[in-house]
Design a protein. Structure first.
Length: 426
């Protein structure tokens, strides 16, 4: 099957899925409107009974209350009628979308026989098969795309994802489609130099570099909500990164000015073995929230299958530049204090802040006390700082050397070779 046919099928799946969720939402709206109407009806009956039983002196007041109840019931009934009509329309729309997908699958089955996609197992199965096939041919996928965004935190996984996308884009002869996007979450929350490093990593390949930034930043968001984010409510990622980056999709589509739908690949450096929730993701997926008739957005994880040591191996082999905090054995970049980090990592981050003269621990302790919400369920940042102070008294400030991250993951020889490679490239 041709790649364009796979993409067309994916878009039909997208439309059918969106129509289904529209139908479900309309059903919920009908249930809500019916419940409200029921309440209004009970009120109406109560007002009628009250009028019948009211003494002469209270008749006028009871009549007014009944009139209000009648008006309220009429409004509720109208709302329910409108909701039911929308429900019916969304049902018709969902059926049409499903039928269009079915016709296309049947047509392909007739034309291509055994090569045709199997609708057996449903829409999700068909989408998974198509996406797996597309992910297996990255150069062709990149060739078909109109724009390729690489979301970069400047961290180790991002830099390898970027390097891979660049190699495929070069092979496809379309490096000009690649744009590096960095979400700035606030200088007071990030390790110093993160944004500059993301820019350097993009410039190494001559790529366009775009910074997106919310008005509020990480600490502003926490202060406004009075809560720290957590694994279940990662508003930091959705508000400060995903939603900001999504605004670019509209801009890109407008700039492309295509007569038809644009294909946008949105690449992220996340890996399956980072967490259980990431393992449940796919290497390539339809971004239903960001896609519409004007753009099909596919979320792509080019390093999804790699382990942490695979990542370091690729950094070492390719001579990719990484942030110095990794050498102090901080495992992740981005926020200095990540709400997902373990106690020990946070303690080390505090000690690194002290070596670098950063005010961040004090800022976070102050914010934690101000909002009265602990940094994590199990412990507060004040306890992290207390433990860091204890270790500091026992061991003195932490130290590190350039290359320690590679030394730690791949051994001394690999670190030596890597530093030698960097020195030659400088
Ligand atoms: S690094 Fe952690 S705290 Fe910072 S935005 Fe990402 S998930 Fe949230």
């Amino acid at each position: 099957m041709q790649l364009s046919t796979r993409l067309h099928l994916l878009d039909l799946i997208r439309v059918a899925t969106a129509a289904d969720s529209g139908y479900r939402a309309a059903g919920r709206a009908v249930a809500k409107a019916s419940a409200t109407r029921q309440t209004a009806l009970a009120e109406l009956r109560a007002r009628r009974a009250a009028l019948a039983a009211a003494p002469e002196a209270e008749q006028e007041q009871a009549r007014l209350a009944l009139q209000e109840a009648e008006e309220s019931f009429t409004r509720c009934a109208e709302r329910r009628t409108a909701a039911r009509a929308k429900w019916q329309r969304s049902y018709d729309h969902a059926r049409r979308a499903d039928a269009a997908l079915g016709r296309q699958v049947a047509r392909l089955a007739g034309r291509h026989g055994a090569d045709a996609p199997r609708p057996k197992g449903g829409r999700a199965r068909l989408a998974a098969d198509l996406l797996r096939e597309l992910a297996a041919t990255p150069v062709e996928l990149i060739q078909a795309a109109h724009a390729i965004l690489v979301q970069s935190s400047a961290g180790k996984d991002s830099v390898v994802a970027l390097h891979r996308v660049v190699q495929w884009a070069k092979a496809a002869g379309c490096l000009d489609k690649v744009v590096v996007v960095h979400a700035d979450i606030g200088q007071d929350a990030e390790w110093p130099g993160v944004r500059d490093l993301a820019q350097q990593q993009a410039e190494r390949y001559g790529l366009k570099f775009v910074v997106v930034k919310s008005d509020i930043g990480f600490l502003g968001m926490v202060e406004r909500r009075g809560l720290w984010p957590d694994a279940q409510n990662r508003l930091c990622t959705s508000t400060l990164k995903r939603d900001e980056a999504a605004k670019l999709f509209t801009q890109i589509v407008t700039e492309l000015g295509l007569p038809g739908q644009a294909l946008i690949l949105n690449c992220l450096g996340i890996r399956a073995d980072e967490s259980a929730s990431r393992r449940r993701k796919d290497e390539l997926a339809i971004d239903h929230r960001a896609s519409n008739g004007r753009r099909l957005v596919l979320t792509w994880h080019p390093v999804f299958q790699l382990s942490e040591s695979d990542i370091w191996q690729e950094i070492a082999d390719e001579g990719l530049d990484y942030h110095p905090v990794y050498d102090a054995l901080i495992p992740r970049l981005s926020c200095i204090f990540c709400v997902l980090a373990s106690f020990d990592v946070l303690v080390r981050a505090v000690r690194l802040c002290w070596v670098l003269g950063l005010p961040t621990p004090k800022t976070y302790v102050g914010l934690e006390s101000k909002i009265g919400h602990r940094f994590k369920n199990q412990f507060g940042i004040a306890e992290v700082v207390a433990e860091a102070a204890r270790l500091e008294r026992e061991e003195g400030p932490i130290t590190w050397r350039r290359g320690d991250a590679i030394r730690h993951h791949l051994g001394g020889d690999a670190a030596f070779a890597y530093l030698h490679r960097l020195a030659l490239a400088a």
